[in-house]
Design a protein around this ligand. Structure first.
Ligand code: GDP
Ligand code: GDP
Length: 439
């Protein structure tokens, strides 16, 4: 499982500044999950081929001096509990405060692996200023300037050294033919994830199932279906209770993100009775950003009347417009209806995500596309796509070479995307098109 780093500290020490530096997400994924503090951000940081989930535990804003833990949102505590490493941020200019000491006491008590990050240290030559932070009793203090980017890369290297190495999944260039298809079932609380998983696993033979020792361990359930091997990556602390599985933990954004990162195919389960909510859209956005194949399962179809079904179709069109590539299946996990088409869509999405696209065929298709419709001239430039090759899979990447390709417009890019999607039957997977221009 991809390791998790939590940024912790009193307000204004520079957590969100460091978060933005570390994750380099153009648009931070602001997860407005209900009941959670409004300012929590989740992103992924990369160091070479390794990646990490980074959580900015904002949400200490309202704490009065000396009462930080009573006010500290339980979600922040959950983020700390779920983290593999805590970056405890302090302000090198302001020095050690009572709030810092209180947070420090808490981190010492729970014994979580922690690095102390003294931020705003630009232009501070000597380490004298930092001496007082050693009083926190949490070990070494590292000086950075998040605003100026100083020491940030070293910090990430330091953090990486503390964490288990998990390469990004698309880094294994060739997918092993007999590896199981890894599935993440994601969705809001009560969408019906456990019911769906039980409907699956109740029918199918479990290959093996080893109960892990602690909740921090990832749970993977291998099973077979229609002669194909699958592995379910748990999102919610699945536990076997007699014949059925039940989720014993409350909804966890971090676990959801870890499962998405580790999966080939994400089944996004929506509660049909609730329409498409903000949380659904956030989870979908994260899956898209991770490049995962996605199948949308609209659950509780049995409980909807005709009007509700029409409403739902409209809200899908509106709120998940950025995921048109994902097939939509209507199911009733409770009544075990619609599950076969869902399996088919999952298998097809996996096949699409790992499709091999030979250079000769890509280039021929590209030339046919250009013949059908050439890219428009832009000022002095007429873009000339010449050939294409596959730049990666899971998600598939098509790299197009030619001249003046910087001037290809969005509309034409979408046209090419559609052209390749159709030719290679790329249903269920995002497709990335990159242009490499030789002038
Ligand atoms: P958060 O409340 O912990 O998330 O803190 P922010 O990231 O919002 O930063 C609080 C303030 O500190 C902002 O005005 C930032 O511009 C400033 N800040 C952040 N990092 C640095 C830094 O490295 N040096 C200086 N001088 N200011 C910083
Ligand atoms: P989870 O939190 O996503 O794991 O959701 P659960 O599987 O625990 O289901 C939440 C509630 O929705 C339970 O009361 C289920 O019985 C109910 N439920 C799940 N699937 C369906 C369905 O297909 N139809 C209906 N009507 N109810 C369902």
């Amino acid at each position: 499982m991809i390791p998790v780093i939590a940024l912790v500290g009193r307000p204004n020490v520079g957590k969100s500044t460091l978060f933005n530096r570390l994750t380099r997400t153009r648009e931070a994924i602001v997860a407005d999950f209900s009941g959670l503090t409004r300012d929590r951000h989740y992103g992924t940081a990369k160091l070479g081929k390794r990646q990490f989930i980074v959580v900015d535990t904002g949400g200490l804003e309202d704490s009065a001096e000396g009462a930080i833990f009573e006010k500290m949102a339980s979600q922040t505590l959950q983020a700390i509990a779920e983290a593999d490493l805590v970056l405890f941020m302090v302000d090198a200019r302001a020095g050690l405060s009572a709030q810092d000491q209180e947070i420090g006491r808490y981190l010492r008590k729970i014994g979580k692996r922690t690095l102390i990050i003294a931020n705003k240290a630009e232009g501070m030559k000597d380490s004298l200023h930092l001496a007082e932070f050693y009083e926190l009793g949490l070990g070494e203090v590292y000086a950075v300037s998040a605003a100026h980017g100083q020491g940030v890369r070293e910090l990430l290297e330091l953090a990486a050294a503390e964490l288990p190495a998990v390469p990004e999944p698309d880094a294994d260039a060739e997918e092993d033919e007999d590896q199981p298809i890894r599935i993440a079932v994601a969705g809001r609380p009560n969408a019906g994830k456990s019911t769906l998983i039980n409907a699956w696993l109740g029918e199918e033979r479990l290959v093996t199932f080893d109960m892990p020792g602690t909740t921090r361990d990832a749970i993977r359930v291998p099973f077979e279906k229609n002669g194909r091997r699958y592995e379910l990556i748990d999102t919610a602390g699945l536990r076997r209770k007699g014949k059925v599985f039940e989720s014993i933990e409350k909804f966890s954004v971090v676990k959801t993100l870890q499962a998405i990162e580790g999966a080939h195919v994400v089944v996004l389960v929506l509660d049909g009775t609730q329409g498409v909510t903000d949380q659904d859209a956030h989870i979908a956005g994260y899956a898209l950003e991770s490049g995962r194949a996605v199948v949308v399962a609209i659950n509780k179809w049995d409980a909807l009347d005709r009007y509700q079904r029409e409403q739902l179709a409209r809200s899908l069109e509106l709120r998940l417009a950025f995921m048109r590539f994902a097939p939509v299946k209507h199911i009733s996990a409770l009544r075990r209806q619609g599950l076969e088409p869902l399996w088919k869509a999952m298998g097809a999405a996996y096949d699409a995500a790992t499709r091999k696209m030979p250079t000769a065929k890509l280039t021929r298709l590209l030339q046919e596309a250009v013949q059908y419709q050439a890219p428009r001239k832009s000022g002095m430039f007429r873009p000339k796509p010449r050939y294409a090759h596959q730049g990666g899979m899971n998600p598939p990447v098509i790299v197009i070479h030619g001249n003046s390709l910087d001037h290809v417009g969005h509309a034409y890019q979408r046209f090419l995307e559609g052209w390749f999607r159709k030719a290679f039957k790329l249903d269920g997977t995002p497709l990335r098109i990159e242009f490499r221009t030789s002038d």
